[in-house]
Ligand binder design. Structure first.
Ligand SMILES: [Zn+2]
Length: 381
């Protein structure tokens, strides 16, 4: 079997498993670093491997605009193009079309928009996005969906969710009609569960999607887009109850440390977010004691590493004083080292969660981790 998911242990709603793809296995729960433009900003593939990353993301919208998905196809697909031979997932671009592009026109057929790069006019439909994602060649490809703001009312949420389900059916047909690319392993299409913060819409979406096929895994979309945290947690619990237990669940775009821990506690297996690298480039690091801004004056003479328990290339070698100096003087090594640490932090956090689930101690691990992470609010950046 090309794709499979085996759950090794459960502890409450939390699950530890192995998701197998044509490019290898992924231990879950797992954080996937985001390489929007086929690069995890400031890090090279060896850095990601050293951090323990097992699967990464790239983005269909961005790569379609630059350098063009046909170019990536002609150069052998994303794995070869970016020199990453482990699993890759591509987001369909639904989120970017609705958040980055300008002058959108949404119709039943698809979305017409202007590129955020040069203003050129493009049309994304379920059919065109399936062709783009096939050209890119990731292991897991996401359906094209209609993304709406987190606080949308029920009418808007229902409209977008039902359209996303109709677009999912078109994604499936489009894939069947696409001629295969020689020498490429199979790809798995993940549907995306939408429905905003309305539990019954989420449950209806899960039922409709589950009735359409035997999916390799499921995306949970439209969360962490402006809604309150308790709403996200409530929705995750209702989706956990409704989804088939034996398939991986990917919570899209959610990746702050506390969100990962709370997501795992509600049955989520895969996460992604630009937060670790974006915050790293802004001088903010995750530590077991909360977020820290490396630019603070108190670190000017600090000989201590960011996190003594971390074995990343920043913590193993450099002091807070040195890293602060790099930031204050705008040296690019500073951006790189903090990005490296933050990716390590989230990958290691999920390793800790897996070990706790295996040991049956997830509840106390989660409580202790959360207490410590929120204990030093004065240093929160
Ligand atoms: Zn570190």
């Amino acid at each position: 079997m090309t794709f499979s998911f085996a759950i090794e242990n459960t502890d409450g709603r939390a699950r530890r498993g192995v998701f197998t793809t044509p490019h290898g296995a992924v231990e879950t729960p797992m954080f996937m670093p985001v390489g929007t433009l086929a690069t995890v900003k400031a890090l090279d593939p060896d850095d990601l491997t050293a951090a323990g990353a097992q699967m990464i993301l790239a983005n269909a919208y961005h790569l379609h605009l630059r350098p063009g998905d046909d170019l990536v196809r002609d150069l052998g697909g994303l794995h070869r193009f970016m020199h990453w031979d482990r699993p890759i997932l591509t987001d369909s671009g639904g989120f970017q079309v609705f958040s980055l592009a300008t002058l959108r026109t949404v119709s039943e057929d698809g979305v017409e928009f202007r590129s955020h790069v040069d203003g050129s006019l493009h049309v994304f439909t379920p059919e065109s996005v399936m062709a783009i994602e096939q050209n890119l060649g990731a292991d897991v490809i996401m359906q094209f969906d209609h993304v709406i703001p987190g606080q949308s009312d029920e009418t808007a949420a229902r409209d977008a969710s039902e359209r996303s389900i109709r677009w999912l059916a078109r994604c499936v047909s489009a894939r069947e009609a696409l001629p295969p690319i020689d020498g490429r392993p199979p790809q798995a299409l993940f549907p995306i569960v939408q429905g905003g913060i309305h539990e019954h819409l989420r449950v209806e979406a899960v039922r409709a999607i589950a009735g359409m096929g035997d999916w390799v895994g499921f995306g949970i979309g439209g969360l962490s887009v402006g809604e309150a945290k308790p709403d996200m947690y409530r929705i995750l619990e209702s989706v956990d109850d409704a989804l088939p237990a034996n398939r991986p669940r990917y919570l899209m775009g959610v990746g702050f440390p506390e969100d990962l821990v709370e997501g795992v506690a509600r049955g989520v297996d895969l996460f992604d977010c630009v937060a670790p690298t974006r915050m790293g480039r802004n001088g903010t690091v995750f530590t077991p004691d909360g977020r820290v801004n490396i630019k603070r004056a108190e670190f000017r003479r600090s000989d201590a590493p960011i996190d003594p328990s971390c074995n990343c290339g920043a913590c193993a070698r450099f002091s807070r004083a040195y890293l602060r100096h790099l930031f204050v003087t705008d040296e690019i090594l500073g951006l790189r080292l903090l990005s490296l640490h933050n990716v390590h932090f989230l990958v290691r956090l999920m390793r800790g969660a897996r070990e706790a689930i295996r040991a049956g101690t997830f509840a106390s691990w989660r409580r202790d981790w959360t207490e410590r992470y929120h204990s030093r609010t004065s240093t929160t950046a």
